[in-house]
Design a protein around this ligand. Sequence first.
Ligand code: PEP
Ligand code: MG
Length: 890
Amino acid sequence: MTKWVYGFGGGAAEGRALDIEILGGKGANLAEMCTLGLPVPPGLTIVAQACGEFLKAGRCLNDALKAEVMAGIARIEALTERRFGSNDRPLLLSIRSGARASMPGMMDTVLNLGLNDETVMGLAQDAGDERFAWDSYRRFIQMYGDVVMGLGHDLFEEILEDEKARFGREQEPEMTAAEWRSVVARYKDVIEEETGAPFPQAPDIQLWGAIGAVFSSWLNPRAATYRMLHTISEAWGTAVNVQAMVFGNLGNSSATGVAFTRNPSTGENRLFGEFLVNAQGEDVVAGIRTPQNITEAQRIASGSEKPSLEKLMPEAFAELSAICHRLEAHYRDMQDIEFTIERGRLWMLQTRTGKRTAKAALKIAVDMAQERLISRDDAVARIDPASLDQVLHTTIDPQARRTVIGSGLPASPGAATGEIVFSSEDAVRAQKEGRDVILVRVETSPEDIHGMSAAVGILTTRGGMTSHAAVVARGMGLPCVTGAGNLRVDLRNGLLIGGGLSLKAGEIITIDGSSGQAIKGAVPMLKPELSGDFAQIMEWADAARRMRVRTNADTPADARTARAFGAEGIGLCRTEHMFFEGERINVMREMILASDEAGRRAALGKLLPMQRSDFVELFSIMHGLPVTIRLLDPPLHEFLPKAEDEIAEVAAAMGLSPRELSERIDALHEFNPMLGHRGCRLAISYPEICEMQARAIFEAAVEAARQTGAAVVPEIMVPLVGLKAELDYVKACIDAVAREIIGAAGLSIDYLVGTMIELPRAALRAHVIAESADFFSFGTNDLTQTTFGISRDDAAQFLETYLRKGIIEKDPFVQIDYDGVGELIQIAAERGRRTKNALKLGICGEHGGDPTSIRFCEERGLDYVSCSPFRVPIARLAAAQAAITVPKVA
Ligand code: PEP
Ligand code: MG
């Protein structure tokens, strides 16, 4: 039989904190506080399961539930020595929501329930305060009329303003009993006018009306939006808490307030909060009066003249402090509490785990571990890895006002302000003149690399989370917003159009790569602050972690940043990114456009020393750590000029006519280059490219080993393999070069040859491919693209619709698709390791920096994850959390 109602009060409770799914957060914690012997007004919780039933039927049909509520009220009556609906010491109730996850302010509350034309007299007599009684009654009618009868707050506010004016009152505290009485009369009249029935006088009708309204508020649009944003299931429903009222508005020895057991923005271990004298909870929320500080220290720091609770009510303060200590020790986490002081007596109305900034979260976790309140693993598990973006990047001041002109995907975190430029050339020019610019493009291509590195931020109107702009910006640690489909780039007129505005090149915008917003003008920013607490958590995380964390780095700068963030090697060096800088692009074009092998070899001969010196530098920076270098992967057309003037320029440099060059470019055109002549297919068509790259790698390994004295073990990675024969062909070429160079050097250099698994066929045939591979690295960007058949560059527009319509829960290019792509990875890992037990497994797609995907990698027993440099700390923390929480396989 379902138990519908759980009572609490008088030092005992039927529920406990662990019953949060049944009782909701508020109910479970009220019960827990009662059991701890803390002063909690007695009450009862109607279980969340009743919410679903109520919403289905539109009313409460359940007799058992009704009987349990009435029995619960009888218990409250006994504990308070008051009677619900009585004229003599009437019991008044508060009716509050309380879902499993905290949803602050999203649902409805009714206070002072049980008042009517008669009980108001009883309350006046009991409190010895007629004014208080009539004020409470008018508050009740106002809340009930709004929340239960749906008449709207404004209707009552208008009357209140009118009455205040009539009586010549500026502030509500100036109103007398008689004046409140007059307000009550007008409220009742308006209710009768609007609904055709008088305001309900019977307390049990009021009670069921309010309970129903709280249940119904689970479906209000505010709550629905909040649930969507915080992935809270509609099926959970809300519990309802019915509790004896205590009054913070019973004169100047009464007060109400909220407190955090530690400072939620800095993490400082000191009580922090605010209160109002002679007020009820909603007055704090309404913000009509300025609240006072709880502690003297806080009052002095804020420069407030109004006395702190510590000074004003020292006894209640001392008790509150002691209770806060107790609650922290009990819950082993920072608490956010609500309290009321009724004529000097303290009552606890709520406790819950307090929300905090990332900086505070780090400090609190470290302090609590050092206070031995929690273990080091607990401290590591407490930090949301994604929140580290707040400490690693410049962010927009949360207090700042923003004029949002458009929004897209939060592709690379951090915020930046600069002048709009529409081309990479303009970006470079502006940077030379010392100006900060935001590069605004429809999308970027590898040709934009110089413009991107000259900009302080990147905004594109097309492209998803693994589009070129997103991947490169993350690598560079630049804020980036991609796929901002509600903005338009009008290149012809040099305008960025959105949010009803047209902005010209040179105008200032701000982009927020953490939220995906594009904002007009400059906005106040907060600088990143890497505190000692951050380093401490990272140290503990590293101790708990099983998987290694490498980085995706193509340049020495990336590699150095990643090392500083604790990367343990390079998991992916995309060699193509080395071919776009300065002179190199021209040599690359020369190679691609050469009409025969001899021409290609000539150009490759010029590229060789450049590649070699890049690799020497990467090997030296990584000083003996593993470095995975991927052979050339992208479709060749990405390197070719597109605009007419550029074609003319390249043609002149190559001694061709623009027409001849255009013809060659046309011949290389592919309809779907992502599935075309790329990956290992290039090395098979043009083995001389593979030869040059292998030569550069081995010569660099020899040189770096001699320079640094640290052994270099290059890991050479072959992209887009689907057939074992493809890998064999390319591997034979690599091995031949290795034999020649290592032999000549007279050094012993180990190396690995492995493959990316980024095609479904490769995953399915992993047992065969593993015969020729020393390692697999899951290229989950392409594997997601090829498994879903969704182009990663064109996905943003319709995936947004998919998310909105609930077709998918998460963008699969951001968080690994456990069921589909995940199964392919599992198959490949199992089959590969069946062939080769020691096969090294890693991931180097963008998922390697996503906490949920990292957990997946831990579950599947991968050896390492690799991600962009700025995500390395996030990955270290997420890998540690996964190691702590994922059950170990024997
Ligand atoms: C991948 O496909 O996941 C990958 C890492 O390669 P790229 O993003 O360069 O295609
Ligand atoms: Mg790939």
